[in-house]
Design a protein around this ligand. Structure first.
Ligand code: GDP
Ligand code: MG
Length: 641
């Protein structure tokens, strides 16, 4: 069975509540004050099941202009409107204001009820119909069916329900983004149950037992029970009227305007960017810095308007604004809001939220261009506009107001086109990716200039400069390395062509040391001796190793590259013939000392050329391959330190 929600609208005393009572058998005016005054003050709720089996929940709103804020809290998430106009009075001010609000909220389906038909004759009814059609002209409801009814005489009621059912039948299914949101319209305690909140459920399902969070307070609670139209449920579906029985939260901690959702899925903010359309009928332009009342979902907050284009928005036109709210509200991209002027009370305009907590724009033109992209009609361009910094697909989808299916399709397309790049758990647009890449390369270049002797810049230093979390940073670096734009050298990062650079004085010291080593290459000095005798400190020795001028074996032995090659050739040739070699034999063959031969043999082991077997070593690879490997290693050190 499908359940749908219809909201009433129309001027006070035109018969909305009486009509709902006639259709559902429930008087939606539930407050004592309402019954005493015969006037709706706050939202009322009732429901009926049509003969064809559609369950319709009604949200009955007050028509009086003093209670417009309650009306706004009720019509935000309805499927269709029942616009009530009394045949005897015709179109009145709140008929027009409600009509304008419906337009701003994007409610474009509904039925017009011409009520109190028993009070007028056919000539008068004819005039009323013409007046109604004229008022609707140019609105989304221009072609809505009009049904003449009398709640008193009970005429036209079946036709009205049938017309509503037809309109609802053509309405799209409610979106299920897997991210339920219940804008709370009532919070109360019920004897025997405890805390209950009600609302029209959006964007996902709620289940008994779910843990929930209340935004913007962040309070946590658990769902004890769910009801739609007084039936107990296990699961409540999007688009239905829901009463949620909560445990773990006090009624006093809950109020209309708060939103219930899954923990961690709601966004609360005090600022948002919206393209505001100002009503043609507005009494004045909406000025920069003006203070207005913002109605969003069931919430309301005072806000200051920053007009991003020009200094004011004239009646009948639209422009991007940033709203700075006095109170925190929970909102999502795509939510519609209405802007009112507090006094004299007047609906000015409204629009859809395009960005939450937008960065304060330094240049208005840039901010507007970015917002235009974010409000683009296609899912792909909206998602792309959300990827100006790395975001998970789910974060980006939420920012762009996409459901999960739209988001997944758009993600796949952006990745396939190369317009977005995956970085671990996140996506980022190509432009931002290139900006981050440039930053990495720039930090490396600066590091090379600052410390020319170093092999590169510590990864952590680069990561801090780019400001990415570890996994995304690792993915960024892996991409740059795979593309040959960056070299990963152990714990440091370097530009691929970076070679440690020695100063003139260092080159002179090295030339002296090199000449000394070359005099007896198989018995070179240790790094400690190089430092005391030639002033080559460990950093310089490391740099010479990176540059390929020295081969470092462990931390305590250095050799000239050609010494390593000659030693390896000698050992390999001996092994090719004798199969095994001892340390003593290697020493004798190369005219070296045990102390110097040990690290060289260890080096061959480490490079996978030889292996220890007892006190001997044996060859692990074919002799030619062994020679080639050592040459390649020593040469590689020269080419790419
Ligand atoms: N004669 C007549 N009076 C009606 C009809 N519907 C409502 N009324 C009366 O109009 C007044 C206002 O009705 P109500 O439903 O409270 O209007 P609302 O403010 O739009 O909710 C009440 O006194 C109703 O009894 C109708 O069909 N015929
Ligand atoms: Mg009423």
């Amino acid at each position: 069975m499908t359940t749908r929600v219809v909201g009433t609208a129309g001027h006070v005393d035109h018969g909305k509540s009486t009509l709902i009572t006639a259709i559902t058998g429930t008087d939606p005016d539930r407050l004592r004050e309402e019954r005493e005054r015969g006037m709706t003050i706050d939202l009322g709720f009732a429901w009926t099941t049509t003969p064809a089996g559609t369950e319709i929940g009604f949200v009955d709103v007050p028509g009086h202009q003093d209670f417009i804020r309650n009306m706004l809290a009720g019509v935000g998430s309805i499927d269709a409107v029942l616009l009530v106009i009394a045949a005897d009075e015709g179109v009145r001010p709140q008929t027009r204001e409600h009509l304008a609000i419906l337009g701003l909220l994007g409610i474009d389906r509904g039925v017009i009820a011409l009520t109190k038909r028993d009070l007028v004759d056919e000539t008068w009814a004819e005039l009323a119909r013409a007046e109604v059609r004229a008022a609707l002209a140019g609105t989304a409801l221009a072609a809505a069916p009009l049904v003449e009814v009398s709640a008193m005489a009970r005429t036209g009621l079946a036709e009205l329900v049938a017309a509503l059912e037809a309109v609802l039948g053509a309405a799209p299914r409610r979106r299920d983004a897997g991210r339920p949101r219940l804008p709370i319209d009532r919070a109360f305690t019920m004897t025997g149950f405890g805390t209950v909140v009600t609302g029209t459920l959006l964007d996902g399902e709620l289940r008994v037992g779910d843990e929930v969070e209340i935004a913007p307070t962040g309070a946590r609670a658990r769902i004890r029970g769910l009801q739609t139209h007084r039936h107990a449920l296990e699961v409540a579906v999007p688009g239905s009227r829901v009463a949620v029985n909560l445990s773990g939260v006090d009624r006093d901690a809950l109020a209309r305007g708060m939103v219930l959702g899954r923990p961690g899925t709601l966004t609360s903010t005090t600022s948002m960017a919206v393209r505001i359309a100002v009503l043609e009928a507005a009494s004045a332009e909406l000025a920069h810095d003006e203070v207005v009342k913002v109605h969003l979902g069931t919430a309301e907050a005072m806000a200051r308007v920053s007009v991003l284009e020009g200094d004011a928005i004239a009646p009948g036109s639209a422009a991007w604004v940033q709203l700075r709210l006095a109170d925190t509200v929970a909102a999502a991209v795509g939510d519609r809001l209405v802007v009112r002027r507090p006094s004299p009370s007047e609906t000015i305009g409204g629009g859809a939220v395009a960005d939450l907590a937008p960065a304060r724009a330094r240049r208005r033109a840039e901010a507007v261009a970015a917002l235009e992209r974010r409000a683009a009609p296609s899912a792909v361009s909206r998602l792309l506009a959300s990827l100006d910094i790395p975001r998970t697909a789910s974060e980006a989808g939420e920012r762009s107001g996409l459901d999960s299916a739209e988001r997944d399709a758009a993600t796949a397309e952006l990745l396939a086109r190369g317009d977005a790049v995956a970085l671990a758990d996140a996506l980022v647009d190509r432009v931002a990716f290139e900006a981050m890449a440039t930053q990495v390369l720039r930090v490396c270049a600066q590091g090379h200039r600052r410390a020319p002797l170093r092999a590169g810049v510590p990864r952590e230093e680069v990561r801090a400069a780019v400001g990415l979390p570890a996994k995304r940073f690792a993915a960024l670096i892996a991409r740059l390395a795979a593309g040959g734009r960056l070299a990963e050298r152990g714990a440091v990062l370097a530009l691929p062509d970076h070679r440690p650079q020695l100063s003139g004085a260092q080159e002179v010291s090295w030339a002296k040391a090199r000449a000394a080593i070359a005099r007896d290459p198989s018995r070179p000095p240790t790094p400690a001796q190089l430092e005391t005798d030639f002033g080559l400190d460990r950093e310089l020795v490391a740099a010479l190793g990176e540059r390929g001028d020295l081969v470092r074996i462990g931390t305590e032995a250095v050799f000239l590259p050609e010494t390593v090659t000659v030693f390896a050739d000698t050992v390999v040739t001996e092994l090719a013939v004798a199969r095994t070699i001892t340390v003593a034999r290697a020493r004798d063959l190369t005219g070296s000392s045990r102390k110097h031969v040990l690290p060289l043999l260890q080096f061959l082991d480490d490079q996978g050329v030889t292996r220890r077997q007892g006190d001997d070593r044996i060859l692990v690879v074919a002799p030619d391959a062994a020679r080639a490997r050592i040459r390649a290693l020593v040469r590689q050190q020269e080419k790419s330190p």
